[in-house]
Design a protein around this ligand. Structure first.
Ligand SMILES: Cc1cc2nc3c(=O)[nH]c(=O)nc-3n(C[C@H](O)[C@H](O)[C@H](O)COP(=O)(O)OP(=O)(O)OC[C@H]3O[C@@H](n4cnc5c(N)ncnc54)[C@H](O)[C@@H]3O)c2cc1C
Length: 406
C-alpha cells in the first residue's frame, strides 16, 4: 500500500527549516537580492552549526548512511523545498558538500569519499562546487577542452570553467573543494572525461570573475582559470586507471541523477511561495477561491489558481518518486529528469502568473513576486536544460542511444 503520510523524522526536520525559512530567509531575501555576492552569514552559520550538532545535511551531496533503504533523499527534498520557499538564492548559499559533494559521492572510491568529505563535518563552514561548463560547451558536456595530463605523481590541469555555482565560496571563502571535469584524451570525446578534486589553496586555480545575474543573486556563480594546476594522482575520482574510460561520463550522469531532484525541489519551493502569497494577496482583496465548484462555474482567475496548485502537486509527486528511488538504491535517471523538467515548467509558469495576477504590486519591488519570477528560470537551465532533460527521458523510454537521438 502506498502511504502519503509524512514520517515523523521528516516532519521534525522540516519544522526546524520552516522556522528558518519564515523567520530569517524571507526577512533577508530582498537585501541579498539587492546586495549581490554578499554572503548571508547569519543563515550560513545557523545551518552549519545545526548540521555539525545534529549530523543533518541541508544540501545534496551529503553522505548516505549504510547500504539499505533510507529516508535521506526524501527528507532532503522536503528540506530544500522549504528553504527555497524561504529564499532560493539564500538556500543556494547554504554550506555543505552540495553539487561538488554529489560528484564525489557518485564517482569517488570509499577512501576518496572519506578523505574529501570529512571536512564537511568539522570546523568552519565550507562549500564544494562542480565545474563542467566551458565557454563553448554546456549541454554538450563531451566537448570540454580543459585537459589533464599526467606528470609523474601528479595530474596537471589547464583550461577555463565558467558558471560555477559556489565557486568563490568553495575555493576562496572556505577550505572547500571544486570537482573539475577535464579530458585525459581530447580525441576520445566523452570517454576521456574524468573528474578531479582541486582543493582550496591549490596553486594554479584562480577564481577570475563573479557573474552578475538576473536571479538567485545571493548565490555566487564564478569563472575559474586553471593554469598548470597540479593535483596528486589520488585526486582523480574513481579508479586511477586511465584505460577505464567508460566511467567518466557515466559518473557525470550519476551526479545529475542525484542532484536534479534537488533542483526540482528548490523550484517547487519558489512556486509554492508564489501561490501562498498570491492567495493571501487575493484574499485581502476579497477574492475567494471556490474549491469544489464545477470548473465551468469558476472565474478565469480561480481556474488559474487551481490549475497551478494541481501542477505544483504533480511536480512534487514526481520529485518525491525520484528521491524515493534513490533512497531505495534503485536507478532514477528517467524520474530525475522528469521531475526537473516538470518543476522547471511549473515554477516558470507559476511565477509569471504571480506577477500577472497580483496586478501592479506584482511587478513592484515592494513584494517578492517579481523576484521569484527572476529566481525561477535558473531551475529550467542548470544541471541540464529542459530540452536536454527531455532528450534524456525520450532516449530512455524509446531505447535510443545519445548518437541516435540528439
Ligand atoms: C546561474 C548558473 C549556475 C550554473 N552553475 C553551474 C555549475 O555549478 N557547474 C557547471 O558546470 N555549470 C553550471 N551552469 C551552466 C549550466 O549548466 C549550463 O548553462 C547549461 O548546461 C546549458 O549550457 P549552455 O549554457 O552552454 O547552453 P547550450 O548548450 O549552448 O544550449 C543553448 C540552448 O540550446 C538548447 N539545446 C542545446 N542542445 C540541444 C539539443 N541537442 N536539443 C535541443 N535543444 C538543445 C539548450 O537547451 C538551450 O536552450 C550554471 C549556469 C547558470 C546560468
Amino acid at each position: 500500500m502506498i502511504s502519503f503520510e509524512q514520517p515523523r523524522e521528516i516532519q521534525e526536520r522540516v519544522e526546524f527549516v520552516r522556522r528558518v525559512a519564515a523567520g530569517l530567509m524571507r526577512e533577508q531575501a530582498r537585501h541579498f537580492d539587492e546586495h549581490e555576492h554578499e554572503i548571508p552569514w547569519e543563515f550560513v552559520n545557523l545551518m552549519w552549526d545545526r548540521s555539525l550538532s545534529t549530523g543533518e545535511s541541508f544540501r545534496s551531496g551529503a553522505e548516505r548512511s549504510g547500504d539499505g533503504p533510507s529516508l535521506a533523499s526524501q527528507t532532503l527534498m522536503h528540506v530544500i523545498e522549504t528553504l527555497s520557499w524561504g529564499d532560493a538564492g539564500i538556500y543556494l548559499c547554504g554550506p555543505g558538500a552540495g553539487l561538488g559533494g554529489a560528484a564525489v559521492q557518485a564517482t569517488g572510491t570509499p577512501e576518496q569519499k572519506e578523505r574529501f568529505l570529512a571536512r564537511y563535518h568539522e570546523g568552519k563552514p565550507k562549500w564544494a562546487s562542480m565545474a563542467m561548463t566551458e565557454a563553448h560547451c554546456g549541454s554538450d558536456t563531451a566537448a570540454i577542452r580543459t585537459t589533464a595530463v599526467r606528470d609523474g605523481e601528479h595530474w596537471v590541469l589547464n583550461g577555463e570553467k565558467i558558471f560555477v555555482t559556489g565557486g568563490h565560496k568553495s575555493m576562496v571563502d572556505s577550505d572547500g573543494l571544486m570537482v573539475v571535469w577535464a579530458t585525459v584524451d581530447p580525441s576520445a570525446g566523452r570517454a576521456g572525461m574524468k573528474p578531479f578534486v582541486v582543493e582550496a589553496g591549490t596553486p594554479g586555480l584562480r577564481i577570475a570573475k563573479l557573474e552578475r545575474k538576473m536571479g538567485i543573486r545571493a548565490s555566487d556563480t564564478a569563472s575559474a582559470v586553471l593554469e598548470n594546476c597540479r593535483v596528486p594522482l589520488g585526486n582523480l575520482l574513481g579508479t586511477p586507471e586511465v584505460a577505464d574510460r567508460t566511467k567518466g561520463f557515466k559518473g557525470a550522469m550519476a551526479t545529475f541523477d542525484a542532484t536534479r531532484p534537488s533542483v526540482a525541489a528548490s523550484a517547487l519551493g519558489i512556486a509554492r511561495a508564489t501561490l501562498d502569497l498570491l492567495k493571501e494577496h487575493l484574499a485581502a482583496r476579497g477574492v475567494k477561491i471556490r474549491y469544489g465548484t464545477p470548473r465551468h462555474l469558476l472565474s478565469a482567475l480561480e481556474r488559474d489558481i487551481v490549475d497551478m496548485e494541481a501542477q505544483l502537486r504533480a511536480g512534487w509527486l514526481l520529485t518525491l518518486k525520484a528521491a524515493w528511488l534513490m533512497d531505495e538504491r534503485r536507478p532514477n535517471t528517467v524520474e530525475s529528469s522528469m521531475c526537473k523538467v516538470k518543476a522547471g515548467d511549473v515554477v516558470t509558469r507559476t511565477t509569471q502568473k504571480g506577477v500577472e495576477l497580483a496586478g501592479p504590486p506584482g511587478y513592484s519591488r515592494r513584494l517578492l513576486f517579481e523576484k521569484w519570477m527572476r529566481d525561477a528560470k535558473i531551475n529550467d537551465l542548470f544541471e541540464g536544460t529542459g530540452q536536454i532533460n527531455r532528450l534524456v527521458i525520450a532516449r530512455r523510454i524509446l531505447g535510443y542511444t545519445s548518437k541516435e537521438l540528439k
